[in-house]
Structures are given as structure tokens and as C-alpha cells.
Design a protein around this ligand. Structure first.
Ligand code: ADP
Ligand code: MG
Length: 231
């Protein structure tokens, strides 16, 4: 399944934040989205989540009429997303709005909790979970909605080393399930071994789109030379 973007432009309060973005995303691939703070990574993901107005075209796969059916967005801070008073309830809450039978909701909840290795914590209050467990719960609740593409915005930034590792392993599982995964991140070395493609956004435009090793190399060289110039 292919999600294509053509000449995408996004403005925030009259200022162009994304300019002429054209690319496409496929299910079964992990794409790392890199770039300095303020370059437009979150705006790109939020636009693909259907949360922001845009100019240009986003071309959905056959059979889809709305971005919200196709994509699911996960925030940097899992606490902004977790609302249940137990792990189980949190997943169920997300499903209650889409009119599923009780059996279907429970089937999906069991499936995603097992997949993300949270099934033993079903009846725990999310408040007491570790950072990595909370973030896996946030991902599980979104995954239960069965999006084809997951949009993960700096989801490892707030985690300790173990939490980061857990979440990276979960992301690899999503790919193995055939999901498309877009990860905006500053943690280049953490993700590099697992990603299929890298998009480098510089000041609202795509500066590189291709092989992850090359993308990271170009980005690092650019950062170093800017740093040297500032001194
Ligand atoms: N809601 C908003 N209103 C106005 N400007 C915004 C808003 N969100 C982001 N911006 C601006 O858009 C630009 C891109 O931001 P963002 O997409 O968050 O970048 P990144 O995620 O790469 O750090 C920044 O200049 C930021 O200040
Ligand atoms: Mg951001």
C-alpha cells in the first residue's frame, strides 16, 4: 500500500512551514525523518495524521477516503495520550468510538497487548508503568485502531536506555506485521540499523530522501559545518 504526497505545502499562522514536499511511503518500511528542531518533522507527521490543513495532494491507497482511517499518530510524551485507569481500559477506550462489538474490541485489545508484551500488565494502573511500558501502551492503543501507517513523533526521546530499546524492538515488530512506520527522531544511531529509508528535512523542504546511511552522513556533515561557522 502506498501513501503518496505531491507538492505538499503547510503554513502556520501565515508562515510556510513545509514547502513543496513530494515523496511516498510504503507499508512494510520504516522511514526515519530527521532534521533540526523547527525544521517541520512534527508538522509533516501531523499533516499525515489529518490534524493540520494543507495545500497540495495526499493520495490515499484505493479503498481509503480519509487519512484518519489510514494513519495513527503517537506523541513524544505517552502521558498526553494515555487516558485509561488500567492498561486494558486504555486500549478499550480508544476502540469505543468506532462502533465495534464487545468481542471485537476484546480480541483487538488482547492482540495488541500481547504483541507489545503488556499482557501481564493488563490490570495495572498506567501511572505505575516504566517509560518504555507507557510508550508501548500508547503505541498499542493506536495500533488497535488498525492503521496501515504509524506516525511516531520522537517516541524514544523521553525514555531511558532500556525504554528506548523496548520501543525500537516494538517498531521492528510493526514493520514485520506489514505496517508502514514513520519515525521522526534525533536519535540517529539508535534507529539507523533498523530503518529502510531516511528523509532529511531542512527548513521545511526535503533535503535528502534515500539510503539511511547516506542521509545521516549528510545531516551530520551539515550540522558540523554550521557549528564550525558559528564559532
Ligand atoms: N501550532 C503552531 N502554530 C504556529 N507555528 C507552529 C505550530 N507548530 C509548529 N510551528 C512552527 O512550525 C515550524 C516547524 O515546527 P515542527 O514541525 O514542530 O518542527 P520539528 O518537529 O522538526 O521540530 C517551527 O518553526 C514551529 O515554530
Ligand atoms: Mg517535532
Amino acid at each position: 500500500m502506498l501513501l503518496r504526497i505531491k507538492n505538499l505545502n503547510v503554513s502556520h499562522s501565515g508562515r510556510h512551514v513545509l514547502r513543496n514536499i513530494s515523496t511516498s511511503f510504503e507499508t512494510g518500511e520504516i522511514v526515519m525523518i530527521i532534521g533540526e528542531n523547527g525544521s517541520g518533522k512534527s508538522t509533516l507527521l501531523k499533516t499525515l495524521a489529518g490534524l493540520i490543513d494543507f495545500d497540495g495532494e495526499i493520495i490515499l491507497p484505493n479503498g481509503y477516503s480519509d487519512l484518519s482511517e489510514l494513519t495513527g499518530y503517537v506523541f513524544q510524551n505517552p502521558e498526553t495520550q494515555i487516558i485509561g485507569s488500567t492498561v486494558w481500559e486504555d486500549v478499550i477506550f480508544g476502540l469505543e468510538n468506532i462502533g465495534l462489538s464487545k468481542e471485537e474490541m476484546e480480541k483487538r485489545a488482547n492482540y495488541v497487548l500481547e504483541l507489545l508484551e503488556l499482557d501481564e500488565l493488563k490490570f495495572f494502573d498506567p501511572y505505575y508503568l516504566s517509560g518504555g511500558q507507557k510508550q508501548r501502551l500508547a503505541i498499542a492503543s493506536i495500533l488497535a485502531l488498525q492503521p496501515e501507517f504509524l506516525l511516531l513523533d520522537e517516541v524514544t526521546a523521553m525514555l531511558d536506555k532500556n525504554g528506548k530499546r523496548e520501543v525500537v524492538q516494538a517498531i521492528v515488530k510493526l514493520k514485520e506485521m506489514g505496517k508502514g512506520v514513520l519515525v521522526a527522531t534525533h536519535e540517529l544511531n539508535l534507529f539507523l540499523p533498523y530503518v529502510d529509508r531516511c528523509i532529511y528535512i531542512d527548513n521545511g523542504t526535503i533535503s535528502f530522501d534515500g539510503n539511511p546511511q547516506d542521509g545521516v552522513k549528510i545531516y551530520k556533515e551539515r550540522i558540523h559545518s554550521e557549528f564550525a561557522q558559528r564559532r
